[in-house]
Design a binder for this molecule. Sequence first.
Ligand code: C5P
Length: 406
Amino acid sequence: MTQRMDLQGRHIVLGLSGGIACYKAAELTRGLIKAGATVQVVMSEAAEQFITAVTMQALSSSNVYTSQWDAREPNAMAHINLTRHADAVLIAPASADLMAKLAQGRADDLLSLMCLARPIERCPLLLAPAMNREMWAHPATQRNVALLRADGTTLLGPGNGDQACGEIGDGRMLEAYELVEELVAFLAPKVLAGQRLLITAGPTFEPIDPVRGITNLSSGKMGFAIARAAHEAGAEVTLVAGPVHLPTPRGVRRVDVQTAQQMYEAVVPNAANYSVFVATAAVADWRPASLSDQKIKKNGNKVAPTFELTENPDILAAVAQLPDRPYCVGFAAESHDLLKHAREKLTRKNVPLIVGNLGPATFGRDDNALVLVDAKGHRDIPQADKLTLARALVSEIAQRLNASKP
Ligand code: C5P
């Protein structure tokens, strides 16, 4: 897959304070640069004990700043100059000591001085805490966290799990790729702020016996990408997923189901609590009428078993019939006559928007092309990776929600 330039044109000041998680800052710098950002590294004296400024300079292709007495700046004001053109300051790792300093507004080294001197209205500060679990849980640290949040600082993590000290708990710095994903989400326009989205994704699995079932080739990638894009856009997102092998997008609530009936039960009774419903799931139209509780065996007489099928409920149509229904978006995966079938689905399911795509060409792939069909006409979203398409769809949904406001 080609690299998406999610941070193209962004200038990020990456601050490192002292902690073993400094080793992850090297990978983070690579991730930010690969995503198109320019990166300016600023390190505390303690950070230099864990990783060298040379490593960070080579990875960021830029001089590293470590001291407020740096003579390279003509006006001798590195602490001011560094943040004036930055889109964000991200400190990763943020140590307990640095957080204590920032909470108090102390400024006794370049990193803390620069944070205090940044233009607070237009240069957000994000911290990725990294410390032993006892340090994180300590009331003093938690007091500082509350103060920092009240000052408008955003905390990314910490994560939970094994720590370098051998203990297990809260306080791990998020992984580099998670921090890049969080930063991209943080900087995304919040076009769905205040909205609640319910999304179905993936195939369903309709069991025949304890080891077999009917399913399809849907990978769930499009629905998961929409969940991620909606979260980036500031929505609260619930993702009801059939059996898929995909990680849950950060910040998204996930409900796993197997059958169409389970998906129906997870969606329909709750749908009125959402403002938007997006049905990307490839729900099986039919399920075996009865479930064998034992594996169906060959019987030796070469007669294959026959199955009676029964129709599954149509989840999208059921949501679209609710009296206080959310804004409903359906998907049409077709093999031919895409526009015609999408239009027909718009009417039959009584939904305001159908997203058409060529089914066999997209199942399991990382890219796709969409056509949006509504009562007014249609619009193509050309071939791109699924997250790019999902972001375009999210912005289309946001425009339609705004247009329908009284
Ligand atoms: O015409 P078809 O049923 O294939 O329409 C597909 C659209 O309907 C998709 O949005 C799909 O998620 C949704 N659907 C559903 N429940 C079903 C079948 C399809 O929600 N049982």
